[in-house]
Design a protein around this ligand. Structure first.
Ligand SMILES: Nc1nc2c(c(=O)[nH]1)N[C@H]1C(S)=C(S)[C@@H](COP(=O)(O)OP(=O)(O)OC[C@H]3O[C@@H](n4cnc5c(=O)[nH]c(N)nc54)[C@H](O)[C@@H]3O)O[C@H]1N2
Ligand SMILES: Nc1nc2c(c(=O)[nH]1)N[C@H]1C(S)=C(S)[C@@H](COP(=O)(O)OP(=O)(O)OC[C@H]3O[C@@H](n4cnc5c(=O)[nH]c(N)nc54)[C@H](O)[C@@H]3O)O[C@H]1N2
Ligand SMILES: [Mo]
Length: 762
């Protein structure tokens, strides 16, 4: 770690030639990925597994980005983690490998069972694997001791079967990656507007006059959004940004698919860039609301016709004093007044956000304050306006729609009862943080995962890993090896599946799956590439066989023909349509509509000003600025050296999948090369604490539970930043977060608010 980490400031627009070169690097020598690229996000093509950003509404000849190229290249690629690989390495030895090397071992090729005696995974037949998992799940005795985790890449078809399996088995323990991600958005929007999804479609961008962007980094994490922002900007739409870091992709963008832009410096995107402090958005939005109200610029007609709670909301806002708002937001009153001017001047405003808002203690309150701001001037349910949580995983939203949740709606359970006679429990099951608690205290004894890298994606990684190895059963359906797989339970299964880009051939012919993007467009995705191994099975098939081997054949007759469902996805879609009837709008004629080129849109009630809330109105929900915060409590206990750590993604990663760039590029737009073990901090903060740029430190958690957590060998990088926040990469820094620190009311881990101390190395 003593090697110098070159930080090379990046002053060009995001995208541009860098993105073209970046895509090329991913694709060189990867025939499978090259063959997929032209079909990405096209009618009858492959849904990009990169992100959930909607496809272009008009048929563009190409609709992909550098990051999508890396995602599909990762799924393709020639390396294989075959049984010989596992014969060579004990699980204990593999634990010493880093994330990159583990996934770099290649695609899994055969079902594997952990063998205690040799400390190795060894090959097992599919039938034997299914029988073993089924026997273990039946032997648990209490279905509440099993959890069924889902990562948001899985298809609607696999997800629907999976929740059917879990509920027929008898539990709502269905945690998912959304619990770690946009759970706060779903909770906040449902309470305020009666629907937990984006009210905006991609077509709205053509009518927006102002786009307010909060807490996301589209240059790296949803680059196709930059093309929409650029188009909007060219039409005269204003764009204002709220982000503590000056993200290159939000400042300027050159479309790699528009040759002229590659040489002319690109398009400047941001009209104003407000560097809020981490967690400062609730105060910042409160300030804008206050300014709008003080200028009497609310829309009384909309408020009277569509909302409730306005009176008490105004009283609460009036009670928040400007100095407190300035201190909590990190912005000046003048900045918030200026933002209010942009907002008032716009007849149609979109507010978009991602993890910078959701992974904070007061995420739900913050998002509701954003809803309040939009309601003030009727910016919900009209063209060019609305609220847009930008989802992460490519089908995380669809998985929710088809029943992956620990808190099912009664209408959904009624559908399962009507169609199958399943009496699923009504009580909520375990979400992701609940699962951590259940694992740590030994209640959870079976952990089944449909994709993902749970322990590495979730807080408190080392303790969760250790707890997983104390369970009775772990089952991972996966494409590549990751660290969570290396902590098998007493019975530990690794079941390899085909990926999104690969041909899914079943006895009745090639199958396609369906996915839903962040703007509620449902469309088909069909892989064509030869699967990485002939032994791979599809996710729907694997789930169907796990279910068939677990659930009793006799006694209760659910009329579920698992064998048929696992091979015929039209049959699954027909069941989704029947269960959704009365619970989710828009699935009528599912099998016909999914065959339309661009798929179909699931209607959004709030988008047409129909408010399915407790009061039948869009709700102003008042929130005063909190005094008791994670940081205040940590500073009271550990002193003023406590800093707020926000863990973020680098350019070359997909969540816990870290890519190795041949040129050593880690995070292009933030200028990081060579190592991910860095921590960005304001030069003033470092000076106050007696540190300097380039120092190597131990980062220690200032944890509420007093448990010792630290990460060593982190290099400080001084940046021009005025608040006591620091920024570093996940998953390396995730072990610093205690599972006690979550968004209130949503349980999303506070990945952007980890209280830490810096200590001089050794
Ligand atoms: N290539 C690639 N694409 C991806 C992913 C990936 O890892 N790689 N992940 C996918 C997934 S699952 C998701 S959820 C999305 C994530 O997409 P993003 O939300 O863009 O991901 P993060 O890196 O977590 O970025 C958080 C941003 O929030 C800012 N931020 C941090 N704290 C605060 C705060 O308190 N307030 C505000 N206003 N801003 C703050 C940070 O400076 C950073 O710009 O991307 C998806 N797409
Ligand atoms: N500190 C910190 N932690 C975070 C975040 C953060 O901002 N900071 N962000 C959180 C967010 S937003 C999210 S969404 C979660 C993500 O949490 P997860 O979804 O659990 O994690 P991923 O890294 O996306 O999962 C990668 C693994 O998925 C498997 N995989 C890939 N493709 C497929 C497939 O087609 N099928 C199957 N079955 N498996 C496949 C591979 O084995 C791969 O190793 O992480 C969260 N963790
Ligand atoms: Mo996410």
């Amino acid at each position: 770690m003593t090697k110098t980490i070159p930080i090379r400031p990046y002053d060009k627009p995001a995208g541009g030639l860098g993105a073209l070169h970046g895509a090329a690097k991913a694709l060189i020598g990867n025939g499978a990925a090259l063959a997929t690229l032209p079909r990405l996000n096209q009618p009858r093509g492959v849904d990009c597994p990169g992100c959930a950003y909607p496809d272009s509404p008009d048929s563009k000849s190409v609709d992909f980005c550098e990051q999508g190229a890396w995602a599909i290249a990762h799924e393709g690629g020639k390396r294989r983690a075959a049984p010989e690989f596992f014969a060579e390495h004990t699980v204990t030895a593999l634990r010493a490998w880093d994330h990159v090397t583990l996934e770099g071992a290649g695609r899994l090729t055969a079902p594997m069972l952990y063998d205690q005696a040799t400390d190795r995974y060894r090959e097992i037949g599919w039938e034997a694997a299914f029988a073993l998992a089924g026997a273990e799940l039946r032997a648990l005795g209490d279905p509440q001791r099993a959890v069924f985790y889902t990562s948001g890449r899985t298809s609607n078809e696999a997800a629907f079967l999976y929740q059917l399996f879990a509920r027929a088995y008898g539990t709502n323990n269905l945690p998912d990656s959304s619990n770690l991600c946009h759970e706060s958005s779903g909770q906040a929007l449902t309470m305020s507007l009666g629907v937990g999804k984006s009210t905006v479609t991609r077509a709205d961008f053509a009518h927006a006059r102002l786009i307010m962007s909060f807490g996301h980094n589209p240059g790296s994490n949803h680059p196709r959004m930059l093309a929409d922002l650029r188009e909007a900007k060219r039409r005269g739409c204003r764009i204002i940004i709220f982000n503590p870091l000056r993200e290159r992709g939000l400042e300027a963008f050159a479309d790699p698919q528009a040759p002229a832009e590659l040489v002319n410096g690109g398009t400047r995107l941001a009209d104003a860039y407000y560097q809020v402090r981490v967690g400062g958005d609730l105060a910042a939005i409160t300030g804008i609301v206050k300014a709008v109200l003080e200028r009497d610029a609310a829309d009384p007609d909309f408020i009277a016709a569509h909302t409730d709670g306005f009176g008490s909301f105004c009283a609460t806002v009036a009670g928040q004093a400007w100095p407190a708002i300035e201190a909590a937001s990190g912005l000046t009153r003048a900045q918030m007044e200026e933002a209010a001017s942009y907002y008032i001047a716009s007849p149609a405003t979109i507010a978009a956000w991602c993890m910078g808002l959701t992974q904070n203690e007061f995420a739900v309150e913050t998002i509701q304050m954003l809803v309040n701001l939009m309601l003030l001037r009727g910016n919900v349910g009209k063209p060019g306006a609305g609220l847009m949580p930008v989802r992460g995983h490519s089908n995380v939203q669809g998985d929710r729609t088809v029943g992956i949740t620990s808190r099912p709606k009664p209408e959904w359970l009624a559908g399962l009862r009507r169609v199958f006679g399943i009496q699923a429990p009504g009580a909520p099951g375990l979400d992701a943080v609940g699962t951590i608690d259940g694992l740590l205290d030994g209640v959870v004894q079976a952990f089944v995962a449909l994709g993902g890298n749970f322990a590495v994606a979730a807080p408190d990684t080392p303790r969760v890993l250790e707890a997983l190895s104390r369970t009775r059963l772990t089952v991972h359906v996966a494409t590549r090896l990751n660290r969570t797989h290396l902590y098998p339970g007493r019975t530990g299964l690794l079941l390899p599946c085909i990926g999104r880009t690969e041909l899914d051939m079943q006895p009745g012919g090639a199958q396609f799956v369906s996915v839903e993007d962040t703007a509620s467009m449902v469309h088909a995705s069909m892989g064509r590439n030869r699967p990485a191994s002939p032994l791979l099975r599809s996710e729907p098939y694997i789930v169907s066989q796990l279910a068939r081997n677990t659930l009793p054949e006799s006694g209760i007759d659910w009329n579920i023909d698992w064998n048929a469902l696992g091979t015929d996805y039209d049959a699954i879609r027909a069941l989704i349509e029947r269960v959704a009837d009365g619970a989710v709008d828009g699935f009528d004629d599912f099998n016909a509509k999914i065959r339309h080129d661009k798929g179909f849109h699931l209607p959004n009630s709030a988008g047409r000003r129909e408010w399915r809330t407790a009061t039948g109105k869009a709700r102003f929900i008042a929130h005063a600025l909190p005094a008791d915060t994670i940081m205040a409590r940590a500073r009271a206990r550990y002193g003023n050296g406590v800093l707020c750590l926000a863990t973020i993604r680098a350019h070359r990663q997909y969540n816990t999948t870290v890519y190795r760039d041949p040129k050593g590029e880690v995070d292009r737009y933030r200028g990081v090369h060579g190592s991910r073990h860095v921590l960005f901090a304001g030069a003033g903060t470092l000076a106050r604490l007696g540190f300097a740029d380039g120092d190597i430190v131990r980062v220690r958690a200032a944890a509420p539970d007093g448990i010792e957590r630290h990460v060593d060998g982190i290099r400080l990088v001084a940046i021009d930043y005025g608040h006591d926040d620091v920024f570093g990469y996940f998953p390396e820094l995730t072990p610093l977060l205690s599972p006690l620190l979550v968004a209130r009311g949503a349980n999303t881990p506070a990945f952007k608010q980890i209280p830490v101390l810096l200590e001089r190395a050794g």
